[in-house]
Design a protein around this ligand. Structure first.
Ligand code: M6R
Length: 365
């Protein structure tokens, strides 16, 4: 049931600190400061030649963030595609390859078909699912469960952050096995993961401010989301969330692609939401933001105190997130992104739990 919340989506947004904490307890040995995967050493991370990831929608965006983590932390080459393309591409798959499929429901038709293709082509199959009895889980060699609990709202929220928590753990386990992470660095990352639920709870406190700015956003016809690095998939996710529940057209772009086309769209009618924690790429994103500002673009900046101080412009609104280590920050930055879509859609009177034309589980292609 919805409890005190108006919608399942709101309830599920607010459950996120708890379900991420719960998921992490299954993947971390918190006392030892180490990752401990629930399926043991079923996966030979060290011997892997490549990781291939397949998924749809929001689960695909979680996989895109995972790509950054596996590559950077574990030095593992990652190939990722939406399952509806992957299943028909006839991609050659490597010896010693692992294929990872991500699905909240575990029943998405295209993701399942991609899994079967990878299996027939000799890949070991790992799935990240929220429903352990699902078809995708049953057809996998190893299953990493997200412990988000049942997700009712069509717009995925808590399943997404739990997928990210699982990926963070998997990437650290892979890094340790592949010898690219010292015990000390592992302990530091584990500590950062443990602090996420508290940071998420603080991010939820930003909702009144987000509600205010959503009123203006609801008048937009188009919204552009920008981000770099792991904030780029969050830009894609933000645009998908806004589209699916408010029906406002939105697009996510890597900030660096702006000058290759979309900057032509910038005018005072199109809000630009920039996701930019003060990380190693901040200055690059800030300069893209300044280009938008110089063309009269209206910017909503999601950053931290340092980013707000150093962005070099005056955004129309700044959502100031708590300070945190940047590596796993997307798990916290997902929350304002979801709340922006939610508040905008609610203000517009849309049915956020049951958006038009959409089903919770897409079991036909
Ligand atoms: O159950 P799955 O994770 O396989 O579902 C994939 C997509 O259909 C799903 O994430 C969809 O994009 C959501 N409605 C997004 O909020």
């Amino acid at each position: 049931e919805k409890g005190n919340h108006r919608h399942f989506m709101a309830k599920e947004i607010y459950e996120q600190p708890e379900v991420v904490g719960h998921t992490l307890t299954q993947y971390l040995d918190m006392a030892a400061g180490k990752v401990r995967l629930p399926f043991g050493d079923k996966i030979d991370w060290k011997g892997l030649s490549r990781l291939t990831i397949g998924a749809c929608g929001t689960s695909y965006y979680a996989g895109l963030i995972a790509k950054y983590w596996f590559e950077k932390l574990a030095r593992l080459p990652v190939e990722i595609d939406v399952a509806s393309e992957f299943r028909y591409r006839e991609a050659p798959l490597p010896e010693q390859g692992l294929a990872l499929f991500v699905s909240q429901s575990g029943e998405t038709a295209d993701t399942l078909a991609g899994l079967r293709y990878a299996r027939q082509n000799g890949q070991a199959i790992l799935s990240v699912v929220n429903v352990p009895t699902s078809t995708i889980a049953r057809e996998s060699h190893a299953v990493a469960q997200t412990l988000a609990g049942p997700e009712i709202g069509v717009a995925s929220t808590k399943a997404f952050v739990c997928q990210l928590a699982v990926f963070a753990s998997l990437a650290l386990a892979a890094a340790r096995a592949r010898g690219t992470l010292s015990a000390e660095d592992e302990a530091g990352h584990v500590q950062n993961l443990i602090s996420l639920p508290g940071l998420m709870a603080r991010a939820l406190e930003l909702e009144p401010q987000i509600e205010q700015l959503s009123h203006k956003l609801s008048r937009a016809k188009d919204v552009l989301y920008l981000g770099r690095g792991t904030s780029f998939p969050l830009a894609l996710e933000g645009a998908l969330k806004l589209k699916e529940i408010s029906y406002i057209h939105a697009e996510g772009y890597p900030a660096g692609e702006l000058k290759h086309g979309p900057i032509a769209l910038i005018d005072e009618d199109m809000p630009v939401i920039v996701v930019a924690p003060h990380d190693a790429l901040f200055e690059k994103t800030a300069s893209n933001m300044q280009e938008v500002a110089a063309r009269g673009g209206r910017i909503i900046l999601v950053t931290d105190a340092k980013g707000a101080a150093e962005c070099g412009i005056e955004p129309e609104a700044t959502i100031v997130m708590p300070d945190m280590d940047p590596t796993f920050a997307p798990i916290v930055y997902a929350l304002p992104i979801q709340m922006i879509a939610y508040q905008t859609a609610v203000f517009m009177g849309k049915d956020v739990d049951q958006p038009r034309n959409l089903a919770k589980s897409v079991t036909v292609e």
